[in-house]
Design a protein. Structure first.
Length: 153
């Protein structure tokens, strides 16, 4: 396979075993800060995917709730393939703590009674949300927490 500029394009998606959480890259800034990017894979690539309203709601909730557990969160972004998210943190290389932040965040999702910023003022497509869909994704991911550290079958 030709080497690509994007790290995930160099990952053999036929060999991974979702769900998992893996360090996908570290980028160092000019001032020495380091951004740690994690691949949080909820679904097995090319076999299953999450539906867009649920992905959208889960994105809103993880973006909001994760910051209750860490002040080092830079971003949580859904993957276009609808199988997971990228989770970026600044100067945070403690993998076990990242797993704990994710676990706490997903538990917050299960407790939520509404999707944060789910309105036309704060969201670009407020009609496309599913609180229950997001909760179901969180439930499934938490049920397989013991598998998160295993990337390859």
């Amino acid at each position: 396979m030709k080497q690509m500029n994007v790290e995930s394009f160099n990952l053999d998606h036929t060999k991974v075993a979702a769900p998992y959480v893996r360090l996908a890259g570290v980028t160092e800034g000019t001032n020495g800060d380091r951004i740690f990017k994690y691949d949080i894979r909820f679904c097995q690539p090319n076999q299953e995917h999450m539906e867009m309203p649920a992905i959208h709601s889960l994105e809103h909730m993880m973006a909001e709730f994760s910051r209750n557990h860490s002040n080092q969160v830079v971003d949580i972004s859904p993957m276009g393939c609808q199988t997971g998210y990228y989770f970026a943190l600044i100067n945070h290389e403690d993998y076990e703590d990242v797993l704990l932040i994710l676990e706490k965040t997903l538990n917050d999702v299960l407790e939520a009674t509404e999707v944060p910023a789910c309105n036309e003022v704060q969201c670009g497509w407020a009609a496309s949300h599913s609180l229950e869909g997001a909760k179901e994704i969180a439930r499934k991911m938490l049920a397989k927490k013991n598998e998160w550290t295993t990337v390859f079958a």
